[in-house]
Ligand binder design. Sequence first.
Ligand code: SF4
Ligand code: SF4
Ligand code: FES
Length: 247
Amino acid sequence: MSRKLKYSIFRYNPVDPDSKPGMQEFFLQETENLNLFVALNILREVQDPSIQFDFCCRAGICGACGMVINGRPGLACRTKTADLPDQVSLLPLPGFRLVGDLSVDTGSWFRAMNEKIRSWVHTDKEFDPQEQEVCMDNRVAEKIYELDRCIECGCCIAACATAQMRVDFLGAVAMNRIARFMIDPRDKRGHKDYFEVVGTDQGIFGCMGLLGCQDVCPKNIPLQDQLAYVRRKMGWQALRRLMPGQA
Ligand code: SF4
Ligand code: SF4
Ligand code: FES
């Protein structure tokens, strides 16, 4: 006997002056292997075409379907209803501009963050199409690949108390990006250069280390390790500046 699930969905359209924020209830019979992404699509198709939420890939790759599911940030397309209780509450990710209902504008946030941390490989080398490919040590390439798996879903920002308290906090996702460039031998920036970017309260020194970010990351990126790595390197830089010649 399948369950009838109750969905409490946050509804608010910020561009409609008559819209008031609140939760709206929907009921849907659970089917085998149902996930939240499909459930939301059925609700929108069959019960209310005005529900707003985002999706693109349906496979945990695009990062668009992040939302707060029963109090925990996660991806709708990777959440099976079988793993949820009979009542499911859905809220938009906090920390991002609300577009409407469950849809938030993560794109503008990530673009600004990537610009602030200058999120690209810095090299003076000119591209020469005739030149032979330069091989990278496999262990380094694998490490970079592991950190590059971030899908910019925003779940770590939504789970981060610091990011909720201060809008300029760059978050674990930015520290993960910085760690990725620090270990990339093609990037010619030194620790001094990185210090200018994340050696602040906006960056690594604003992190309280409670690791809500790591708990919710749907790609299981080792954020704890990257935060510790960047903190260690930037800590040394801070010491050098405070005590030149001694650290
Ligand atoms: S460990 Fe740092 S980045 Fe992660 S959730 Fe806590 S304050 Fe945010
Ligand atoms: S680090 Fe994880 S939780 Fe944060 S944006 Fe990337 S994939 Fe999402
Ligand atoms: S729809 Fe792309 S990650 Fe969920």
